[in-house]
Ligand binder design. Structure first.
Ligand code: GLY
Ligand code: MN
Ligand code: MN
Length: 461
C-alpha cells in the first residue's frame, strides 16, 4: 500500500489544525445483526481517507505538529483465529506510515496526555454515537491536572467541515478508482439488460431478484467488495417508487425495468441508473418519455462545467422536462399555463420530485457543502410555492475541476384521469457519474449505453 498518499492528506489536515490543534477520529463501529452475527463491517470514510486502514476498532489522532498516532486492535492469536489477521500496533508505523501506534485498549489512558497543553480539539460532530461523551471524559482528565500546570483545550471544532472540503476535490488516485468502479458497474448493467431479454426470449420466469443477482455477480467478478448501496431493480410501476429495492416482482415483456445500482471498489462508490424495455423494444409512449429524460440529461451535462453552480444542471433539467410534460400532456396547459408558470409554481414536481444530482465519492451521497463557502452570508428568503414554507436560499456551490457528481434526471407517472393512459405507471431515470474537468465534464459511466436505439441493439445481442 502506498502510505505517502495518506501521509500527505494527514499533513494537509495538520497544517489546518494550527500549532495547538489536535484531531481525533474513530473508524465505524461494528454492528450486531443478531446474537453473535454482525453486519458486514464497513470502515468510516473519513477515517479511511486519512489512514487507508480497514480494520474495525481503530482511532487516528493527528496533531498540529504533523504527528499522527494510530490506536488499533492488538495482536491476539485466539481472536485472529476466529476473525482474521490483525495488523497490530508494532507493524502499523511501517505499514501505514503513522508516527506511532498503540493498542486501542490504551486509548483512555493516552488521549488525556495527547490533549494536554493543546488549544483546540477537532473531531467529527454528530457522526459517532457517544463520541462527544468520550471527548468530555478525556478533557475532564486533563482538567484534573490543571493545578499541576496542565493547560486544557478551550475550543472544539467539527473535523467533518475541514475534511469535507478536502474530500470534495478528488485526487488522481481517487479518480482512477472511481473510473474503475464506474466501469465495473457499467458492465453489470449491460449484463442485467442482456440477461433480462435472453431469459424472456427463452420463456423463463424473470423476477427482479434475478437481475439483482446478475449485478452482484458482475460487481464481485470485477473485484468490487460490495454494492455501494442497496440495488434498485424495479419492474413496471415499481419504478415510480424512488427507494424501491430489488424484490420478487415478475418482469414482463412490454414493461420497463429501472435499475439503479453501482458497486463500491476499494472504498469508492459508483451510482448508475438505466431504464430499459424488459424485452428489448420500447413502445411508442415509453420511447417518448425516455427520449425526453435523455434530452433533459443532455441539458444537465452541458450545464456541468467549471464556474457553473451546482444547481445549474438541475435547472437545465427542469426546463427541458417541464416543457416535455406540457408537450406530451402530462401537464395540462390550460391548468398549468406557460413553461415559466409551471416551473415557478413547481407543477413539474408531480412527475419529477428529486434533485438532478449529488456529490459522489467514498459515500454514494458524498460529503461536501452544496453552498459556496465564500458566499454563505448572502441569503435570500422566498416562499415555496408548494408548501408555503419560507426557505432561506444561499448561493449554490461553484463547480470546480476534480469535483465528482451524478447527473440523474427522471420522470415518474402515476395513474391519473388527467394524463393519457399510455403513460401510466412509467418510471424512468437515467443516471451517470461525472468529474468536473477544466473545460466541462467527463462522464465515467458511459460504458453502458444510454441512447434508446443503442439499448435496443444491446438487448438484441
Ligand atoms: N442510488 C442513489 C441515488 O441515485 O442517489
Ligand atoms: Mn445518485
Ligand atoms: Mn442511483
Amino acid at each position: 500500500m502506498s502510505t505517502s498518499l495518506y501521509a500527505a492528506r494527514r499533513a494537509r489536515v495538520a497544517a489546518q489544525l494550527g500549532a495547538g490543534g489536535i484531531a481525533m477520529i474513530p473508524t465505524a463501529p461494528e454492528r450486531s445483526r443478531n446474537r453473535d452475527s454482525e453486519f458486514l463491517f464497513r470502515h468510516d470514510s473519513y477515517f479511511y481517507y486519512l489512514s487507508g486502514f480497514t480494520e474495525p476498532n481503530a482511532w487516528l489522532v493527528i496533531t498540529g505538529d504533523g504527528r499522527s498516532t494510530l490506536f488499533c486492535q492488538p495482536k491476539d492469536l485466539e481472536r485472529e483465529i476466529w476473525d482474521g489477521i490483525r495488523l497490530g500496533p508494532d507493524a502499523a508505523p511501517s505499514h501505514l506510515g503513522v508516527d506511532a501506534a498503540f493498542s486501542v485498549a490504551e486509548l483512555d489512558q493516552r488521549l488525556p496526555k495527547l490533549l494536554e497543553n493543546k488549544a483546540t480539539v477537532w473531531y467529527p460532530f454528530a457522526t459517532h454515537k457517544g463520541l462527544e461523551t468520550r471527548v468530555d471524559g478525556w478533557l475532564n482528565a486533563v482538567r484534573a491536572r490543571v493545578r499541576y500546570g496542565a493547560l486544557c483545550p478551550q475550543a472544539q471544532h467539527d473535523l467533518c467541515a475541514l475534511l469535507d472540503e478536502m474530500r470534495l476535490i478528488k485526487d488522481a488516485h481517487e479518480q482512477a478508482l472511481m473510473r474503475r468502479a464506474a466501469q465495473i458497474s457499467a458492465g453489470a448493467h449491460i449484463r442485467a439488460m442482456q440477461r433480462c431479454a435472453a431469459m424472456l426470449r427463452a420463456g423463463q420466469d424473470v423476477r427482479e431478484y434475478h437481475l439483482d443477482a446478475e449485478l452482484l455477480h458482475e460487481f464481485r467478478q470485477g473485484g468490487s467488495q460490495y454494492p455501494a448501496y442497496g440495488s434498485i431493480v424495479a419492474a413496471g410501476a415499481n419504478a415510480c417508487v424512488l427507494h424501491y429495492r430489488a424484490d420478487t416482482a415478475p418482469i414482463r415483456a412490454g414493461e420497463l425495468v429501472l435499475i439503479d445500482a453501482g458497486c463500491e471498489l476499494d472504498g469508492y462508490a459508483s451510482d448508475i441508473t438505466r431504464t430499459f424495455p424488459a424485452n428489448g423494444r420500447f413502445s411508442g409512449a415509453q420511447r417518448a418519455l425516455y427520449d425526453l429524460v435523455l434530452a433533459s440529461q443532455d441539458a444537465a451535462i452541458a450545464a456541468t462545467k467549471p464556474g457553473a453552480r451546482f444547481t445549474d444542471p438541475h435547472e437545465a433539467t427542469v426546463k427541458v422536462l417541464t416543457q416535455g410534460m406540457l408537450d406530451l400532456g402530462l401537464l395540462d396547459r390550460d391548468q398549468h399555463g406557460t413553461l415559466d408558470d409551471a416551473i415557478h409554481h413547481r407543477h413539474y414536481f408531480a412527475h419529477y420530485m428529486h434533485r438532478t444530482g449529488h456529490w459522489l465519492g467514498m459515500d454514494v451521497h458524498d460529503c461536501g457543502s452544496y453552498v459556496e463557502p465564500t458566499e454563505v452570508g448572502q441569503t435570500h428568503e422566498r416562499k415555496d410555492p408548494l408548501s408555503g414554507e419560507t426557505i432561506t436560499d444561499r448561493p449554490s456551490r461553484i463547480l470546480r475541476p476534480g469535483m465528482a457528481l451524478t447527473i440523474e434526471p427522471g420522470l415518474y407517472v402515476r395513474p391519473s384521469d388527467r394524463i393519457p393512459k399510455e403513460f401510466w405507471n412509467i418510471g424512468i431515470r437515467i443516471e451517470d457519474d461525472a468529474f468536473v474537468t477544466e473545460t466541462g465534464c467527463e462522464l465515467i459511466t458511459r460504458g453502458v449505453p444510454v441512447k434508446a436505439d443503442e439499448i435496443e441493439a444491446l438487448m438484441r445481442g
